[in-house]
Design a protein around this ligand. Structure first.
Ligand code: TXA
Ligand code: MG
Length: 327
């Protein structure tokens, strides 16, 4: 397949919407990460997403819609969904809802529910607008990376990861939020958090006027919640600030090259160093690009300073834990 990165101007958007309607794939930016999109109603197109992403068949995709009206077409809309959509759509929030009878089950893996999100990125919205005008309802799109790897927050990340398999890539610049959407399951009586992300749990609870439960053993399968995920090829180690110099020294004494991402320790103590911002939003925005850079730096180990255990760092802490889990 011909690989094309295109600036997301009106001509490229129009072409992209036409490709989607014809059953082709398109990579597009959202405010969280880039998505590998297909017309959710087209079974073969959705199958191509699984193939390119190398994602196991049972794992459901998020279906992206322009707005609540289209979300209602494929779900059993509820009062809670209404409240959350009013407060956070368009935005970095995915709602898991009971699926309507004519919704595309093939985009939902083994689940009997459906994941829906209205993204806020102007390019995603323009694409969904054109797609909807041509009769489309929703675009199924996982993050545009191979299964288990680091999510892309820039067009060039998609190209690095998907290579020859990449379809048309709409370039909308770096993603503003930088970590994936928050996923809340509304299909099981009480609201349950499946993945921390761009919207904080406390914000959800405030809007719902009730507690959002943490996921438990009965929670549905979500690949973004698998332990080893978002992982660089280089082993990653998460270390408390006070232990960073010792860990870096340990590996260097053993003859290993060490890449370091730290807030409190000067990056000069490592072979390759990047300093981490003290601001959680900035760190989220830089997260996946930094992981990719450290992974490509030719080092044998990546040492990352643990982030604060506070709500604004939660999504970052979650992704870093998973990046380190398989090391
Ligand atoms: O920010 C995001 O959410 C990005 C952008 C592209 O929208 N998308 C994303 O998609 O992260 P993906 O496929 O990489 O992760 C989607 C997560 C998976 O963990 C999947 O299992 C879960 O959403 N999911 C989707 N539908 C579900 C359902 N019906 N029940 C449970 N989990 C679901
Ligand atoms: Mg993903």
């Amino acid at each position: 397949m011909l690989t094309r990165v295109r600036r997301a101007d009106a001509v490229a958007l129009d072409e992209a919407a036409a490709l989607l309607v014809r059953g082709e794939l398109v990579v597009f930016p959202t405010e969280t990460v880039y998505g590998l999109g297909a017309d959710a109603a087209n079974r073969d197109a959705v199958a191509a997403v699984y193939r390119i992403k190398q994602r196991p068949a049972g794992h459901p995709l998020i279906v992206h819609v322009l707005d609540e009206r289209l979300a209602r077409a494929w779900s059993v809309w509820s009062q809670r969904a209404q409240r959350l959509a009013e407060a956070f759509w368009p935005g970095p929030l995915t709602l898991i809802l009971e699926r309507a009878a004519d919704a595309p089950a093939w985009a939902c893996g083994v689940e009997s529910s459906i994941g829906l999100r209205a993204p806020a990125h102007p390019v995603a919205r323009a694409l969904l607008h054109d797609f909807t005008r041509r009769g489309g309802i929703g675009v199924a799109a996982p993050s545009a990376n191979r299964f288990g790897r680091i999510s892309p927050t820039r067009a060039e990340h998609v190209l690095d990861d998907l290579g020859e398999d990449a379809p048309l890539i709409l370039d909308g610049g770096p993603c503003e939020v930088g970590v994936e959407s928050t996923i809340v399951d509304l299909s099981r009586g009480r609201p349950v958090l499946l993945r921390p992300g761009g919207v904080a749990v406390a914000q959800l609870a405030a809007v719902l006027g009730e507690e959002v439960l943490e996921r438990d053993a009965h929670a549905p399968r979500a690949s973004g919640t698998l332990d080893a995920h978002y992982a660089p090829a280089t082993p990653v180690e998460l270390v408390d600030a006070a232990q960073v110099p010792e860990r870096v020294g340990h590996w260097r004494a053993a003859g290993r090259r060490v890449a370091l991402w730290s807030r409190s320790v000067p990056s000069s103590i490592a072979d390759v160093g990047v300093s981490m911002s003290h601001d959680a939003r900035t760190t989220a925005r830089e997260l996946y690009d930094t992981l990719r850079r450290l992974d490509r730096s030719g080092c044998d180990r990546i040492v990352i300073e643990r982030v604060p255990p506070t709500p604004e760092w939660r999504a970052i802490a979650d992704r870093l834990r998973r990046a380190a889990a398989s090391s």
